[in-house]
Ligand binder design. Structure first.
Ligand code: FAD
Length: 289
């Protein structure tokens, strides 16, 4: 197993924010995962995917980090024309393209989500009115005791961008249900991609939406838009003009800048609408901060 020490965590996040790590473990096999049992059981051990929804403190993150990015035993396969079995370390884009090639409908929404399947399961990622847990049958996980178990979707409570991970430390792979009632349309993938590149700053350093939508009919972006603060910048972090729920790092941004901008926007929304926005981005810091 590869173990890297004192790495800059910036490059492990798509918003390029964070100080240094202590140790990052890269298990390559199931045996490696089993050998990490003690590390899994430490309270602040963190799993990372592609880092597309996380930022780290400027002082770094000293507890252990585990990444599946060098895991060898990855797979993506159709089982009995009913299910897709896919490893957590595979990217959402690859899963969407795989389904597209196989003319399987229902997973096109994952195409523009720049994370892993594991990250999508942890966040209940979604777009275009669909979320990954809508299609989950069961997951293989590492549980709180550090053991590998298979659990049914019925045992996991999920809601919009939230998954109750009480007894889940790591998603290893997932069995997704193919919904035969959904009709495959060869154009959907392209249409979703075009919509994204027109409406979202997909090529800049961000973590996607900073805030969750307060309700289905109240997108956080509309609320922020109404504040007319699209040019607001704190340090190196600014609100995207293309999609104001995206905060962009110009390359010089720090975690402190990001938190200040989040607090600034949250306060204005609270004052104007009496709505408390909830963060979608996960920000990790050390105990003593
Ligand atoms: C340009 C852009 C567009 C985006 N669009 C969308 C969108 O349309 N919809 C949407 O929902 N999100 C979107 N996001 C946010 C992000 O891509 C998703 O939340 C994604 O699912 C995160 O996956 P990841 O692998 O990057 O996870 P990370 O960001 O690395 O981690 C996110 C969380 O998941 C946990 N985690 C990661 N892997 C595992 C695992 N294997 N087991 C257990 N826990 C794990 C981490 O501990 C962390 O708490 C976007 C982000 C960007 C930058």
């Amino acid at each position: 197993m590869i173990i890297q020490k004192n790495m800059s965590l910036k490059k492990f996040t798509t918003i390029r924010i964070g100080g240094d790590s202590n140790k990052i473990y890269f298990p390559e096999s199931l045996e490696d995962i089993s050998s990490l049992k003690k590390i899994f059981l430490l309270p602040k051990t963190l799993i990372i995917g592609k880092g597309s929804n996380i930022a780290f403190s400027d002082k770094g993150y000293k507890p252990d980090i585990i990444s599946l990015s060098k895991y060898h035993n990855t797979h993506i396969s159709i089982i009995g024309n009913k299910y897709i079995s896919v490893s957590a370390s595979i990217s959402c884009a690859r899963l969407a393209k795989f389904c597209h090639k196989q003319s399987i409908a229902g997973f096109e929404f994952l195409h523009g989500i720049p994370g892993t399947v594991g990250g999508a399961l942890a966040m209940n990622a979604g777009a275009f009115k669909q979320s990954i847990w809508d299609s989950v049958d069961s997951v293989n996980i590492v549980n709180n005791a550090g053991d590998i178990k298979n659990i049914s979707c019925k045992k996991v409570k999920t809601s919009y961008r939230h998954v109750d991970k009480n007894n889940i430390l790591l998603f290893l792979d997932v069995l997704l249900v193919i919904n035969k009632r959904k009709v495959f349309d060869v154009n959907i993938l392209r249409e979703y991609s075009e919509h994204r590149s027109i409406t979202q700053p997909v090529k800049q350093w961000s973590s996607g939406c900073i805030f969750k939508n307060p309700s289905e009919n109240t997108p956080a972006s509309s609320l922020i838009d109404s504040l007319d603060i699209k040019k607001r910048k704190i340090g190196g972090i600014y609100i995207s003009k293309k999609h104001c729920n995206y905060f962009i790092n110009d390359g010089s941004g720090s975690c402190k800048d990001l938190i200040q901008l989040i607090q600034y926007v949250s306060k204005l929304i609270k004052n104007k609408y009496n709505i408390s926005l909830t963060r979608e981005i996960c920000i990790y810091s050390n105990n003593n901060e």
